[in-house]
Design a protein around this ligand. Sequence first.
Ligand SMILES: Cc1cc2nc3c(=O)[nH]c(=O)nc-3n(C[C@H](O)[C@H](O)[C@H](O)COP(=O)(O)O)c2cc1C
Length: 342
Amino acid sequence: MFRGFWDTLQSPIIGLSPMDGVTDAAYRYTVAKTSHPSLIMTEFMNVEGLARGAVSMLHAFKYDEIERPIVAQIYGSEVDSFYKVALMVCELGFDGIDINMGCPANKVARRGSGAGLIQTPDLATTIIKTVQQAANDWAKGKTPEEADIRPKIIRAIREMRPTPSARRLLPISVKTRIGFNTVTTESWISHLLKAKPAAITLHGRTFKQLYSGEADWEEIAKAAVLCKKTDTLIVGNGDVKNIQDAQDKIEKYSVNGVLVGRATFGNPWFFDGYSPTPQECAKKAIEHCETFERIYPERLFFNMRKHLAWYLKGFDGARELRVKLMQSNNSDEVREILASFL
Ligand SMILES: Cc1cc2nc3c(=O)[nH]c(=O)nc-3n(C[C@H](O)[C@H](O)[C@H](O)COP(=O)(O)O)c2cc1C
């Protein structure tokens, strides 16, 4: 089985989980500059929209070299669109492609995408095989024009990446949950394994649970037993609190690694296990704002405000500061508000 960059990762694997509205290019850059995740995933991106030519969606696929290995996550339910978008991801020079089969949002899952694919397992494996085929075809020289990708998307990709990416095969992975309405870990994971993904990241909750309750790591351990009989790596996910917790869970549940999401909020030091001082948090918040303005001059600053609230967790007088920061409109204003901490 081809596992690409996954085979080069040092053990244990502790990576940044994809989070829509959070792990944009500015956040990923900030994390990669501040600590050392084993790998990083983008926010998920809809294949149908991109295949139909929604150029504006490509912003999620901006990245910096320091983020490598960087994996693009995609979601949808149309097989042809997956093929085209997989080819786009290859052109953009990513290190891997991850297929989202876990998103519980109604607008995603009720349309048969994300966690909805748990209910259509044959479509799920067809999608994995299609994306693998696209990666193979691209490695062998297939061009976006030959794949009938919209000219405006091709132009945008060439602007984002003026030097063509070297042709190479990319590994295809899946991120999913332990079931839809009920826990069906073993039948679902066994089915996915037939398509031979390079890795499966398993969040220990069902679709129905959304983010409630606790992630069930015993179920993740059951999936690990199945994956260990194959060449597919198993990555656990859900409620990892800190680096020690990550290492404990990797050992206790026999997974190859973990992806961490919410515990990294306001804490780009997470992957080095460092506890920052309030002054360091304030400086990092400003740096993050500046990075956001550099990468996304066209995007509204309010996208940054939730991050600012997270950086402030545990500060003296945080409530008052938060109120001010929630009205800030640029990095200069943020610097002024946080001046007493610098
Ligand atoms: C705000 C938010 C956005 C998310 N977006 C995505 C996404 O785009 N793709 C995905 O696979 N999972 C997404 N997730 C799920 C996380 O990647 C992760 O599986 C989940 O939060 C459990 O891990 P944690 O307890 O470490 O946060 C999202 C979670 C949150 C909180």
